[in-house]
Design a protein around this ligand. Structure first.
Ligand SMILES: Nc1ncnc2c1ncn2[C@@H]1O[C@H](COP(=O)(O)OP(=O)(O)OP(=O)(O)O)[C@@H](O)[C@H]1O
Ligand SMILES: [Mg+2]
Length: 603
């Protein structure tokens, strides 16, 4: 090792720059954050060659007083934090006083700013020691121009990706910032072409417009708005309805006190809230804003400020989880909504929501889209209806909506008219035809019931007339023995009878009639597969979901009309009914107008 020496300012800044600005988009992030901190209402970002040639951010903020401009380009100079007290309750996006100096050390930077009467220009070339100041023309506000980024750090320049990729990163970065401040107008120009122009939003509808541009129409059309507040916390924003999900966790925006962050605690809370309504491997989409007391969150934990640390992450977790969980549970088929609706005028919109606007997950599955494709073809899918597998029952009165005299209320999911292939219930409601996957729907009903009773009083067990012996592997028997007490709380009571057998004596009353042997096997398999033998009490939902699957109407069972109607009524009373525990849809509907259109009938 050589002698210890103090680094030159230039080198120290370049090293710091390595942490703060590693790509063109991080320069943009820092500059736009400065503009926001300066109270700008209009920010224009100009990019050339993916930011490698030029990055320019212009704002109409407060500007920098002429005698502070050169200081602003110095390391550790900031107007945002003066003492430790300030650092503990940071309101601004910046606070370290190193962004401008870092950027200046790896580029040719020009800063023009007007704070009061006149504007001044400072130019620096990769070094902050010879900065000179001269008068310039500029309206109130600041423009920072960054040219030839990383020209003096060839290694970093080599790591840059293609112009298009760097530009996309910049564009995504502006979108993230734009979602944090609806009251600010943002514009982005790339190679002299205006690519993004987001007007300041003055009302909720304007906010939705911005949301549409950034997150897409499908997200907005399938989003649930929530706003929950407690004494010290507030979470608001939009989350995707479970019918809209993504293959990647790429449409997820989280802001803590106005700052875009990635946070494990909150991500986990969100994942948990969605866990039994999303199909395996799918990800929810959200734009969420958490507001906390500034003192309860430390923002100074990551060089690019992309992470925060909460003083009490358990409270945050519980708060976010509860807010999202209840927003999902209250989504559509909400009984109150239906009761408020006038008889016979069940809101089509309400039902449409459940109408499998499944976004990218179940694209274009709509009946008539498929049927249309078959017109003129040899085989129509509708033939299946004719083929005699629909189960019509003669001995029961079929309620027909057309027969009702307008006084009898029509329930949201209508009245059952038939069973198709012993798997689907066909019902008629005021919108048209309803198709229900009876197994999926029943599974959700039982699951919600199991969760509720478990939380309220624990599951009641019912002795089996004849105890059921179950042969298992020795590992499974060991596991069963270990989990015996936990499973007893769930109403599943058994003993180990030999090294490889268990004897089930009682099962949860709600599951009577189900295959006891398979139930126990599946539960043990769940615990092994999910590796939850040590934390089964916190993962009870997994076990309950498996139980629900066993307790639900298996496909291929003939149902009477009254059984079908009972199921429809139960569905209307059940939270999260639009998906089964595995995230599959439980029902869909085909409006009568679409059916008329298909048969070329005007009404
Ligand atoms: N666009 C701007 N308008 C007004 N003042 C600005 C602007 N950009 C920078 N400044 C001033 O220059 C100072 C230094 O900016 P810089 O970005 O280097 O540090 P910071 O924002 O204080 O902290 P951080 O390094 O965390 O971003 C700021 O504190 C602010 O006073
Ligand atoms: Mg800054």
């Amino acid at each position: 090792m050589g002698k210890i020496r103090v680094l030159s300012t230039q080198l120290a800044n370049q090293i710091a720059a390595g942490e703060v600005v590693d790509r063109p988009f991080s320069v943009v992030k820092e500059l736009v954050e400065n503009s926001l901190d300066a109270g700008a209402t209009h920010i224009h970002v100009e990019v050339k060659k993916g930011g490698m040639n030029l990055l320019k951010v212009r704002d109409d903020g407060a500007g920098i007083p002429s005698d502070e401009i050169i200081l602003a380009l110095n390391r550790h100079s900031t107007s945002k934090v003066y003492d430790l007290e300030d650092l503990n309750s940071i309101r601004t996006l910046g606070f370290r006083g190193e962004a401008l100096s870092s950027i200046a050390s790896v580029s040719q930077l020009t800063l023009i700013s007007r704070h009061s009467e006149s504007a001044w220009l400072a130019k620096s070339e990769g070094c902050d020691t010879n900065v000179s100041l001269r008068p310039a023309a500029h309206p109130k506000g600041t423009t920072v121009e960054v040219r030839e980024l990383f020209y003096n750090t060839p290694a970093r320049r080599k790591f840059l990706r293609s112009e298009a990729t760097e530009y996309n990163n910049i564009s995504s970065c502006i979108k993230r910032l734009a979602l944090s401040r609806f009251d600010v107008k943002f514009a982005l120009t790339n190679n002299d072409r205006l690519r993004l122009n987001l007007d300041a939003a003055s009302c909720y509808l304007n906010e939705l417009e911005r949301l549409r541009v950034i997150c897409g129409n499908t997200f907005v059309d399938n989003a649930i708005y929530l706003d929950n507040q407690s004494a010290k916390l507030r979470v608001k924003g939009w989350i995707s309805s479970p019918t809209f999900s993504r293959g990647q966790p790429d449409l997820q925006y989280l802001y803590v006190n106005g700052r875009y962050v990635k946070d494990k605690t909150i991500s986990y809370a969100i994942r948990q809230a969605y866990q039994d309504v999303l199909y395996k491997g799918r990800h929810p989409a959200f734009v969420l804003y958490l507001e906390t007391d500034l003192k309860d969150v430390d923002v100074n934990v990551h060089p690019t400020k992309h992470e925060v640390r909460f003083r009490d992450s358990k409270i945050i977790h519980r708060f976010v989880y509860t807010a999202i969980n209840s927003a999902i549970a209250k989504e559509y088929l909400k009984n109150d909504n239906f009761r408020d609706t006038e008889v016979n005028h069940v809101s089509g919109h309400q039902l449409k929501k459940g109408n499998m606007s499944t976004g990218e997950m179940f694209p274009s599955h709509r009946f008539f889209q498929r049927a249309d494709r078959n017109i003129g073809g040899q085989k129509s899918e509708i033939v299946a209806l004719k083929s005699g597998s629909a189960e019509f029952s003669n001995d029961q009165k079929i309620s027909n909506i057309a027969d009702t005299d307008g006084c009898e209320p029509i329930p949201p999911l209508g009245f059952a008219v038939a069973q198709l292939r012993y798997a689907y219930i066909l019902a008629e409601n005021s919108t048209g035809l309803v198709v229900v996957d009876s197994h999926a729907a029943h599974e959700r009903i039982i699951y919600e019931e199991l969760k509720r009773t478990y939380e309220e009083q624990g599951l009641v067990s019912q002795p089996l007339l004849v105890p059921q012996g179950v042969l298992v592997s020795e590992t499974e028997a060991d596991l069963g023995e270990r989990l015996k007490e936990e499973l007893k709380k769930l109403g599943l009571i058994f003993d180990r009878t030999s090294s490889e057998s268990l004897l089930v004596r009682e099962i949860p009353a709600i599951l009577r009639g189900s295959d006891t042997e398979q139930l126990l096997r599946d539960i043990l398999a769940d615990v092994i597969q999910n590796d939850i033998s040590n934390r089964i009490s916190s993962e009870i939902h997994l076990i309950l979901a498996t139980m629900a699957c066993h307790g639900s109407v298996r496909a291929n069972r003939k149902l009477t009309l009254s059984e079908m109607n009972a199921l429809l009524r139960q569905m209307e009373e059940t939270e999260r009914i639009n998906q089964c525990n595995h995230g599959r849809p439980t029902w869909t509907e085909f409006p009568i107008e679409d059916i008329d259109k298909y048969f070329m009938r005007g009404r």
